[in-house]
Structures are given as C-alpha cells and as structure tokens.
Write a protein that binds this ligand. Structure first.
Ligand code: NAD
Length: 351
C-alpha cells in the first residue's frame, strides 16, 4: 500500500426520516438563541415552516439565496444577519443556500447549522464560493464548515425527479474524482465507492417513485458520503471543467456535472485503473465511462452540453481556460484532448 495522509474534518450529523425535529435541540447544543433561516425564493415556504417550528429561537428568514452566491446577495444577507442580531444561520436548501450561509460565516463568527435538501454536498466541505463581476472566486476556510448537519430525507421528497438525478450525478462526480485524487487515501476510497454504489441504486428507484422514502434515504446517505470525500480530497479535471462551464458560461450546476462526468472518466480511464475498477464495481458495469453514460441515459438526463445552453463557438475558449494553469489529474491536462472531451460532451457521444 502506498503512503498517504488522512485528515478528517469535524462533523456532527443527525440523519433520518423526521430528523428535522431535532433542530431545536441542535441549536441548543450550539448555544444559539437567535437563528437566521436562509433559503432560495423557491424554497421560502418550507423555510418559513422551519422558522415557525423554531418559534422564539428564530429571528428572521432571508429567502434570496441564488446560484453561485452573488456578492450583492452575500452583502445583503450579512447586513440582515447583523441587523437582526442573529447568532447562527440555519440553511434550508441545496448548495446555493449552504453557500450563502458560508458567505456569512466567512466574515462573522456565526455558526452554520445546515439542513441540505439536494445531493450537492457543500455542507461537508470548507470550500466557499462568491461571485463578483461575473467571476466566481472559491477558497477554503474552516470557519465555513457547518457545526451540525441535519439530513432529513423527507425534505428531499419535493426535489423533482430530473433534478434529483442530476444532483445525484453531481454527488457521484465528487466520489469519482476522490477515487483518483492526488490526495486520495484508503478511507476516502471506501466512502467514495460506497457513495457511488448507494446513489447508483437509489436514483433509478427515485425516478420510478419519487416519494419513496427508502430510496430517498439511501440517496441522501450516498450524497453525504460523496460530500465528505469532496471535502477531504482535492478534485481534478472534471471539477475544473464544470467550474469553468458554470462560472464563465453560466451553465446549470448539477446538469453540467452530469453531462461532463462520463467524458472526464474516459479521459482519465487508462491513467487511473484502480479507481476505474472501483467505479465499475460500484455501478455494476464493465466500463466506468460507458456505465456512467448508460446510467444517465436510464435516468433520462440530458446528455449534450448543446441542450443546456453551451454554444459550439465557446468550446475552444472553455478548453483554453480549463488548461491554462496546471493542476493535479491522473492524465496530463492538455488543450487538444480536453477540447475533444468537450466536443464529445457537447454532442452527447457515448464515451
Ligand atoms: P441549488 O441549491 O441551486 O438548488 C437548485 C434549485 O432547486 C433551487 O431553485 C432550489 O431552491 C431548488 N431545491 C433545492 N432543494 C429542493 C427540494 N428539496 N425540493 C424542491 N426544490 C429544491 O442547487 P445545488 O445543485 O444543490 O447547488 C449548486 C450550487 O452549490 C453551485 O453554486 C455550486 O457551485 C455549489 N456547490 C458548492 C459546494 C462546496 O463545497 N462549496 C459543493 C457542491 C455545490
């Protein structure tokens, strides 16, 4: 076995159907008495019911969270938290809402209690992102890591099947890259393989029966594991490409991950045989890239970047941005093969 470094992040997780009822207890544990509840406008109603359940423990609801945390919204939310005298943020939502909580935590001492409702995994990482002047800047800071996370599968029942599938593939992408990460280790690999397995079984069940709480629980469990590995091991080409496509070309987050993933896996296939064998075992396929593509087809996901707003004329610029600075990846990151990868993803060719 090769040498490795393992450094786990602190996490307190309350998991299970109905776990949301533990929210007051968890706030008490943190010593928080004036929580500010955060959500997107679309999820304001469920955030309102969370606020109502907290009674006097909640001082307000800020429901303007938006994708990629625009700086104006971050500043507005920070001001609201100060004016209301909040001593904690309760984030009820996906990566966009967790991301807003992180932006507040970055410039204050407010702890985050996260209640995730998608499979994005942000609640398990010290990674934050804020968008200013059209560019998303990301960084790592331990202050933004939630102090407690409540995973209640009931809150994911309303996530539409299509978005559930795309979000689940976004989670699988974290685990895939953790398996071949330069910072990988045997513990991260255990969690990554199990995360992929749990999601690959649960997502088709959710598509058939979106209100199935067993399948929803399995998917959220898988997403939690994928979030841990995202927070524990550096990502590679796939995440870089999705960051470029989302940040510079405004493509939707989860769907972009889902479309690019099989092509990024093909790119790295020969250079990361052990990782590929574990992915193949987890999804029960003989080829990791083709197997992921087939799973996505079965889930009815979009398979072409062309269908989610990418313009053919922008492919070369995207490949240039993604290859201008070096970063660790199993196979050398070079312009021509990365452009080919993007063309294949643009056209939705089976890898
Ligand atoms: P999102 O949070 O933007 O949610 C997408 C849409 O789905 C929103 O309209 C939201 O209100 C709605 N929604 C969420 N949960 C729902 C539910 N249960 N029922 C009905 N509607 C629901 O999407 P996301 O994919 O979770 O997050 C994407 C963002 O998170 C991106 O900005 C990405 O960069 C960031 N992210 C950050 C990290 C990190 O570690 N910092 C990790 C993953 C993602």
């Amino acid at each position: 076995m090769r040498s490795f470094l393992y450094s786990g992040l602190p996490a307190r997780v309350v998991f299970g159907v109905g776990a949301l009822s533990k929210l007051p207890e968890e706030l008490d544990r943190l010593g928080a008495k004036h929580a500010l509840v955060l959500s997107t406008p679309e999820q304001a109603e469920s955030a309102r019911s969370v606020k109502a359940a907290l009674g006097a423990r909640a001082v307000g609801l800020y429901d303007k969270a938006a994708m990629h945390v625009p700086i104006e919204i971050a500043e507005d939310a920070r001001r609201t938290a100060r004016e209301l005298g909040a001593d904690c943020c309760v984030t009820v939502g996906g990566g966009s809402t967790t991301g807003l909580g992180k932006a507040i935590a970055l410039t204050s001492t407010l702890p985050i209690l996260a209640v995730p409702t998608t499979y994005a995994g942000s609640e398990m990482t010290t990674i934050y992102g804020i968008t200013e002047g059209g560019a998303k800047k990301t960084g790592r800071d331990v202050r933004v890591l939630p102090k407690a996370v409540i995973y209640d599968p009931r809150l994911t029942l309303s996530l539409p099947p299509g978005l559930s599938a795309a979000s689940g593939m976004n989670a699988i992408a974290h685990a895939v890259e953790a398996l071949y990460s330069h910072e990988g280790n045997p513990i991260v690999s255990l969690m990554a393989e199990e995360g992929i397995r749990a999601l690959a079984v649960a997502l088709p069940r959710i598509l058939e029966e979106s209100k199935n709480l067993d399948a929803r629980s399995d998917a959220l469990y898988g997403a939690w594991l994928c979030g841990i590995v995202l927070g524990s091991a550096g990502m590679a080409l796939h995440h870089k490409l999705c960051h470029v496509l989302g940040g510079s070309f405004n493509l939707p987050h989860a769907e972009t991950h889902s479309i690019v993933l099989p092509h990024a896996v093909r790119y790295n296939h020969a250079a990361a045989p052990e990782a590929m064998a574990r992915i193949e075992k987890a999804i029960q396929a003989s080829d990791a890239a083709a197997g992921i593509f087939d799973l996505e087809k079965r889930l009815g996901l979009p398979l072409r970047l062309a269908d989610i707003g990418m313009k053919e004329a922008d492919l070369e610029r995207a490949a240039r941005i993604a290859t201008e600075a070096p970063y660790p990846n199993p196979r050398k990151v070079e312009y021509a093969p990365v452009l080919e990868l993007l063309r294949n993803a643009y056209e939705g060719r089976k890898p």
